[in-house]
Design a protein around this ligand. Structure first.
Ligand code: CO
Length: 202
């Protein structure tokens, strides 16, 4: 079963060693990435690949619709470990246009548990009702909601106590909001970077 994946894995490991004999041995010693990626589970948005980083270079958390809910123990565990132990310098919240999770949050169809998971997106939609209603084209409206969702999650991360405490003790840490385009493989920086408590207020 899954022989193709096992063969791929062997070929991949072989290629890594061919270009850098000590690659795996070095990584065994420690994990010291500078980045935490919080992105969507969507198979078309593979974290390391998009920014061309090797294993060991990025700590990654992915869930449906790239949420950072302040009650989610999984996300919080990742965030605390990344900030307190690994001491990453950058947290990247990365959404993507055409996100099925964002669409599912607001299309009125009942799907079960995921409707609860996606609830924060409906709150974002409510908060920006007027702006969104003014966008006539449905895909453009959805894509704007994808952006607004990223901006809200950046705020969640930046206002989290782990991040606030890190800033209070003088730790260097920035939280960024990006959106990835499935259509051309490019990320756009939404220019909402927060690098300290003052910036969050702004
Ligand atoms: Co998505």
């Amino acid at each position: 079963m899954l022989d193709n994946l096992k063969a791929n894995n062997r070929a991949w490991a072989k290629r890594k060693i061919a270009t850098d004999a000590g690659f795996f041995e070095r990584l065994v010693g420690q994990q010291a990435p500078e980045y935490l990626w919080i992105g969507c589970s969507d198979s078309r948005v593979p974290a390391n690949e998009i920014v061309d980083l090797d294993p060991g270079e990025m700590f990654v958390h992915r869930n449906v619709a790239n949420l950072a809910p302040p009650q989610d123990a999984n996300y919080l565990s990742v965030l605390q470990f990344a900030v307190d132990v690994i001491k990453v310098k950058h947290v990247l919240v990365v959404g993507h246009y055409g996100c099925g999770g964002v669409a599912a949050a607001v299309d009125g169809t009942r799907r079960g548990l995921v409707d609860h998971w996606l609830h924060p997106i409906r709150e974002v939609q409510q908060d920006h009702r007027h702006e969104l209603d003014a966008i006539a084209e449905p895909r453009a409206r959805l894509n704007r909601l994808c952006e607004l969702n990223v901006i809200r999650q950046v705020r969640n991360v930046a206002s989290d106590v782990f991040v606030q405490d890190a800033w209070a003790r003088g730790q260097e840490l920035s939280v960024h909001g990006w959106v990835y385009a499935l259509t051309n493989g490019l990320v756009t920086d939404l220019d909402v970077t927060v690098s300290g408590p003052q910036a969050l207020d702004d």
